[in-house]
Ligand binder design. Structure first.
Ligand code: C2O
Length: 340
């Protein structure tokens, strides 16, 4: 059976010490829940974060959208921190699955990881676009699979900008440090050029090894009533974790990026995930556009997101980004090499 959305009237204290365990949204029992319909907006093109840094017009829009999101009333579902809390709710055990009283809804460590985050970004991006009345607006992707994108994107590093976040590992995000895609709180002593090479090889290896079996890339199945198993995550999720750890503070709760409950409070979260989403799309293409799982327990897993109202979405409906009306600017794939 596919996983179904939780009963929203039953949100529990989350396992989120960094937020004093609170991340439930305000509950509105009269809220109508409707089926999601594919948008009819123009095709939006997501661009690399390191290449938009000189596009002042775009940056002004992005900052203005985030500024407006932060200025919404604290209990507004589009409010910046309410949006960040969505991640906490579905990652830090605020909801239990329907008809269970101890199986949490957890969107990591399984085949739900990529589609759930795809939708999360999609709605977030559309809300930002609405706030500035621009239906072509996109969040940039942090292109960490290419040399020029392997440093922390400068657009998030301007102290006076709404994209700035103080809770980061300053040793990493400052001064063009190269991200280590195998980072786990130990510094890699290799030289920059060596780390770049290791990163590219690692991505290449990841794709090569997982092309024939989607579980290896995407994560293992999880079905209604089943608890997640942390070791069941896919290789792309593992790489993604390293980037989270590398950005978050090295101490305490590793805020913001290093802890599920706070990660989405850092705007760079969405650019990081935009690249994860893009690598999934590349994986799809490399496999001849074959759908990863024909299993209805995957295709029919259902979640709720907030657009104008609560929207019910099925995982199987997000498999084609064009239908969600976004795509990625084509950039070189230096790691691709002789993958096929
Ligand atoms: Cu839900 Cu990058 O994590």
């Amino acid at each position: 059976k596919p996983i179904m959305p939780p009963d929203l009237s039953k949100c529990h204290d989350a396992k989120a010490p960094a937020l004093d365990n609170h991340c439930c949204p305000p509950y509105n029992p009269s809220e109508t829940i409707s089926e999601y319909g594919f948008p009819a907006t123009p095709l939006r093109v997501r661009r690399p974060a390191h290449l938009v840094k000189d596009d002042q017009e775009y940056l002004d829009k992005y900052k203005e959208a985030v500024r407006r999101m932060k200025n919404l009333p604290a209990d507004h579902p589009w409010n910046y921190y309410q949006q960040a809390n969505v991640h906490c709710q579905y990652c830090n055990y605020a909801y239990y699955q329907q008809n269970t009283d101890d199986v949490p809804v957890q969107v990591h460590f399984s085949w739900i990881f990529l589609p759930w985050h795809r939708y999360y970004l999609h709605f977030y991006e559309r809300i930002l676009g609405k706030l500035i009345d621009d239906d072509t607006f996109t969040i940039p992707f942090w292109n960490w699979d290419t040399k020029d994108g392997m440093t922390f994107p400068a657009i998030f590093q301007e102290a006076s900008s709404p994209l700035y976040d103080t809770k980061r590992d300053q040793r990493h995000v400052k001064d063009g440090k190269i991200v280590d895609l195998k980072y786990a709180y130990t510094e890699n002593p290799a030289s920059d050029s060596e780390i770049i090479r290791e990163n590219l090889c690692f991505i290449q290896k990841t794709f090569k090894h997982s092309l024939s079996l989607a579980e290896l890339f995407m994560g293992d199945p999880v079905r209604a009533g089943e608890k997640e198993i942390q070791e069941a995550n896919g290789q792309l999720e593992v790489i993604h974790n390293a980037v989270h750890m590398w950005v978050g503070e090295p101490c305490g709760y590793k805020e913001n990026m290093g802890d599920f409950s706070t990660a989405a409070r850092d705007s760079v979260f969405f650019s990081h995930h935009s690249n994860v989403d893009r690598l999934w799309e590349i994986y799809r293409n490399l496999r001849g556009n074959r759908i990863e799982f024909e299993d209805n327990d995957w295709l029919d897993s259902t979640f709720l997101f907030y657009d104008e109202n609560e929207k019910l979405v099925k995982m199987g409906d997000c498999l084609n980004p064009t239908k969600l009306r976004y795509t990625f600017e084509q950039v070189p794939l230096p790691w691709l090499g002789k993958i096929n």
